[in-house]
Write a protein that binds this ligand. Structure first.
Ligand SMILES: [Zn+2]
Length: 736
């Protein structure tokens, strides 16, 4: 498949349309060539193999609906049909291992509210939990997409086959045994398929082998995805009981806490997990680290070992349980190489355990539509429909009233007496794009972060983007040097810097709405013209030179007619908007220049010098200073954010550069670090959005309105605040 957008809507139709029979038996055969008789036989074999007895019921559906509605109060409840689909089609028809349905219960939702709000007494913070129940289904869907549509099934089979490791050997043995003891009907069916379509090319035995490999990896994908986080509520309870014990040591007597590990170690000793991992490591990760991956893995195994059911499963189904447990156990391992910290074991390598690697990757990619709770004391802002400027607080009077005002001077009174904190469902990334670039044997995965959400988050939760960017760093490290896989380039725009976000809003808008040339394709500022001799610093004249070139280009961008833009954006002009537009026009000029500078940074003839980190930083500082001076910007936060923006653009690495660079150290460093932010910048963002610069703009506009003195420009000189042009840039982002 060339390109695919992974999101909630696609998931629903993908899972609905997923044809189990086709993927199981006829994966390389065109559907309409399959005789009806053969399909019917396949259905019969399937029906007998499906060990799931428990059905989805109305009362289950109702419970899930009512709880999810309470916990998330968002669109989640519109998609709960996928629970039934998952249970019946994937756990049932596809995997068919008896008892698996017990581990995929919608009562998971019951714990999510508490886990979202868990308090961490050591860090004096709540824990920033993300949803995990629907997330498990999303992981399954991603796994299936990569396995079936992007060739990962073949990569996996190839990587295990003929390798002499415990895992590979176990897989091969289970397939051998399965073929030996397979029931006649299944063998008969595969034989008929071979005769009908591929006789002469493939032996029956070979087809059987392929069939079982494919069943195994599909089953492992489904099982491990759907249960990999079931240990989360236990890890949560363990943390709570630990705090309880510190608070009241006697509480243990009431809670009857047994150490389950010795018993588990005993009954699970034959499992693949306990044979390949030191049992002491497993016990330590559960008892001391309260690691949910290890807990989930052990729960899965004990479901089958405690009752002895494991010994009654067919060899291939048993293998699916064993391998899934290992995959789940591995998914929370911290890797030395990935995080740069002292890790517990080793780096996740595709060649060592492909399906485990693939699973961890899918888990990390599953950010789209994921909900975090965040709590903010910052109040909402309203946009005045007349002047399109936000109303923010100017005054308090009395006990229970607060006055808000906007640019046109309209007053709003808030009468809420109760103090409050706001609980927000944060979900910033709405889709993932997967793209094959066959010509370079690589793939591009794009995280679709929504610009309007990012812009709002810089106000309500500036640390969000920083944390996500830190995680992105881990993903990029994980993808490096996986020889047997195509190279995967991660493409994302993610920052908490509102100036950088607004530039991006404008840039995408210009690209979409027929602006002429945005960047110059040729070099336009020669190194000797703008770098000081024997120094890393650009000359003072650089901004003037850039400005000169910008002025030649910008006429083609259609930004001079602000009313036309506003009309295109469907912002309804009203009396009182005139002064707002005046300011927007001025701000657009500033942001357009930033688009131009940022987009051309790589073209500056000294770009090679920018590969040197020290030089690049000095350059960013200096250039930002010059720009800030040029626009008469005085305040430190704004200047710092301009610098951060330039620095981000210097570090931008395109797909082409990434591909060319291979392991070129500086470029790879930039690539990993793109989007990364520091605590200093995060604090600066908070300062910038919290400053009272907007009040100055508002005052100027209000005075101008009544007096018409033409003072407006003078008064807002050097102010480019978060609020005044919020509506403009948010509308641009929405219009793309
Ligand atoms: Zn207004």
């Amino acid at each position: 498949m060339e390109e695919k957008t992974v999101d909630m809507n696609d998931m629903e139709s993908y899972l609905m349309d997923y044809d189990v029979l086709l993927h199981k038996y006829f994966w390389d055969i065109t559907r309409d060539k399959i005789p009806y008789e053969l399909l019917r036989k396949a259905v019969l074999v399937e029906e007998r193999q499906n060990g799931i007895r428990e059905a989805w019921t109305l009362s289950k559906a109702q419970d899930a609906f009512l709880t999810a509605k309470k916990v998330y109060a968002d669109g989640t409840v519109d998609h709960l049909g996928i629970l039934q689909l998952t249970l019946e089609k994937f756990i049932g028809n596809f995997v068919g291992i008896e008892g698996m349905e017990r581990l995929f219960k919608a009562s998971y939702f019951n714990f999510e509210w508490m886990m979202h709000l868990e308090y961490d007494p050591d860090r004096h913070e709540y824990t920033k939990y993300r949803d995990h129940y629907i997330h498990q289904i999303k992981n399954m869907y991603e796994m299936l997409v990569l396995l079936d549509d992007y060739g990962f099934m073949e990569y996996c089979i190839k990587a295990y086959q003929g390798k002499n490791t415990d895992i590979s050997n176990d897989i091969e043995r289970s397939i051998r045994e399965q073929i030996r003891c397979a029931d006649g009907e299944e063998e008969e069916l595969i034989k008929e398929i071979v005769e009908e379509f591929i006789s002469g090319q493939t032996e029956v035995k070979e087809r059987q082998q392929q069939y079982y490999y494919r069943y195994l990896f599909h089953a492992v994908a489904v099982i491990s995805a759907l249960i990999h986080d079931i240990g989360y509520p236990i890890a949560f309870m363990l943390r709570i009981t630990k705090n309880l014990h510190e608070f009241l040591p006697l509480s243990d007597a009431f809670l009857r806490l047994d150490d389950a590990m010795p018993h588990l170690g005993e009954i699970l000793q034959e499992s693949l997990l306990y044979r390949t991992v030191d049992p002491r490591e497993i016990a330590d990760r559960i008892n001391r680290k309260r690691d949910h991956g290890s807990i989930s893995a052990v729960i899965l195994l004990s479901q089958y070992y405690e009752t002895g059911e494991i010994y009654h499963l067919s060899p291939i189904k048993r293998m699916a349980v064993e391998l899934s447990a290992l995959v789940v156990y591995n998914h929370t391992l911290k890797y030395d190489y990935m995080t740069g910290e002292k890790g517990e074991r080793y780096r996740n390598l595709f060649c060592e355990n492909p399906i485990s690697y693939l699973f961890r990757l899918c888990d990390d990619l599953q950010e789209w539509g994921r909900v975090y709770f965040d709590i903010s004391k910052r109040s909402n802002f309203l946009i005045c429909s007349r002047c399109h400027m936000p109303a923010t607080r100017i005054d308090e009077y009395g006990d229970d009233s607060q006055i808000y005002s906007c640019g046109c001077g309209k007053d709003f009174v808030r009468k809420t007496k109760l103090s409050y904190r706001k609980l927000m469902n944060i979900s910033a990334c709405d889709h993932l794009k997967i793209k094959n670039r066959l010509e370079s044997q690589s793939m591009v995965i794009t995280f679709g972060y929504d610009l309007v959400t990012l812009l709002q988050l810089s106000l309500y939760s500036p640390q969000f983007a920083k944390q996500r960017a830190d995680d992105m760093y881990g993903i990029k490290r994980m993808l490096e040097e996986q020889g047997e896989l195509p190279r995967i380039y991660i493409d994302t725009f993610l920052t908490n810097n509102p100036i950088a976000i607004k530039v991006k809003c404008l840039e995408r808008y210009l690209q979409k709405h027929g602006a002429g040339e945005i960047y110059r394709s040729e070099l336009f500022v020669a190194a000797s013209d703008f770098m000081e001799t024997d120094s890393e610093k650009p000359k003072k004249e650089i901004v003037e030179e850039l400005k000169r070139q910008f002025d030649q280009l910008k006429d083609g961008w259609g930004l001079s007619d602000i009313s036309a833009i506003v009309e295109k954006l469907e912002i309804v002009a009203d009396e009182g908007s005139e002064n707002t537009y005046f300011i927007w026009k001025r701000n657009l000029e500033f942001y357009a220049f930033m688009v131009f500078v940022g987009g051309n940074i790589k073209q500056i003839r000294a770009a090679d010098k920018l590969l040197d980190r020290k030089c690049a930083l000095a350059f960013s500082y200096q250039l930002a200073d010059e720009i800030a001076d040029f626009y008469k910007i005085q305040d430190r936060p704004t200047r710092t954010l301009i610098m951060d923006y330039i620095w981000q653009r210097v570090r931008e690495v395109s797909f082409e550069e990434f591909n060319r660079a291979k392991q070129h150290k500086e470029i790879m460093d930039y690539y990993r670090e793109s989007s990364l932010s520091t605590t200093y910048i995060t604090n600066t963002v908070a300062e910038y959005v919290g400053s009272d610069a907007y009040d100055d703009v508002k005052n100027a506009v209000q005075i101008e309105r009544t007096a018409g003195t033409g003072l407006i420009l003078k008064r807002i000189e050097g102010i480019y605040d978060f609020y005044s042009d919020y509506e403009l840039f948010a509308s641009m982002a929405r219009a793309v």
